[in-house]
Design a protein around this ligand. Structure first.
Ligand SMILES: [Zn+2]
Ligand SMILES: [Zn+2]
Length: 263
């Protein structure tokens, strides 16, 4: 039995004798099946020619896979008392990565913005014996169910040590962001784009499908009660170090104007 992993999106599936017939995450029109078709790997094969880099990104420490794998996101270690919370997740988990995370205080929990980064969350949860916090609105996208997964409902979930999970919606109905001190970690829910004076909001990023304006305004309104200066996006170095709250306001207003043909 193998826990097969989709090469295109990095999602790990429950133990099986053969790879799944398809990957619902990739079949969903927010993502895509590559022109060459669906392909699968395993954690052992992935570890044979990939490794994780653990390094500082802004004021946090990130974990990203090299060479880039699947969607290419990096996870972040969020200080959490004398341990950490893992924000978003990457598929590869090898002994070197686990040892490095342990050296930095281990994990008390995992929180993930949306299904594109569920990746191998169950392997991570089991390795660190910790829960995974996911918004219940996206429960249908969990491909490998496990007792470690704790679904939360509503608009906010207060964890310990000043960490709050915020449901923004948008890209996915349960689209989640994390607030701690003056930082907002957004995954793909608010997208850090090349022009750091603005952020983006999309239903599908690879396929360039926009969101309704009302939904974008709802995402922006969800973070309005929180004080933050910095936004950390989903990839290495995708961050806005200062003034990020104004950037979100400005970008939501620009989205309305863009859809109205007023740019
Ligand atoms: Zn996939
Ligand atoms: Zn996404």
């Amino acid at each position: 039995m193998e826990e097969y992993i989709c090469i295109a999106c990095g999602t790990q599936y429950p133990p099986a004798l053969k790879p799944p017939l398809s990957c619902p995450i990739c079949d969903d029109p927010r993502q895509y099946v590559p022109p060459a078709g669906q392909q699968w790997t395993t954690m052992a094969d992935l570890a044979a020619d990939h490794e994780n880099r653990v390094r500082e990104d802004g004021e946090l420490v990130g974990i990203g896979t090299e060479p880039s794998f699947a969607i290419g996101q990096r996870a972040l270690l969020v200080p959490y008392g004398d341990t950490n919370l893992l924000w978003d997740c990457v598929t590869l988990l090898d002994d070197a990565t686990a040892a490095e995370v342990e050296r930095r205080g281990g994990l008390a929990g995992i929180a993930i913005s949306h299904p594109h980064y569920y990746s191998a969350m169950v392997d991570w949860a089991r390795r660190f014996d910790c829960p995974v916090h996911l918004h219940a609105a996206d429960a249908e996208w969990v491909m490998r169910p496990d007792d470690a997964i704790r679904f939360w409902d509503g608009d906010q979930l207060e964890l310990e040590h000043g960490v709050t999970l915020i449901r923004g919606g948008g890209h996915f109905p349960g689209g989640t962001m994390l607030h701690r001190e003056r930082m907002l970690l957004t995954g793909d829910i608010i997208q850090v784009i090349p022009d750091r004076s603005h952020v983006g909001f999309m239903w599908s990023y690879p396929n360039l499908v926009p969101l309704p304006d009302a939904e974008v305004q709802r995402v922006a309104a969800s973070v309005e009660p929180f004080a933050f200066d910095a936004i950390y996006g989903a990839w290495w170095d995708r961050l806005i170090p200062a003034d990020a709250k104004d950037v979100v306001r400005r970008s939501a207003a620009r989205y309305t104007r863009a859809l109205a043909g007023e740019l």
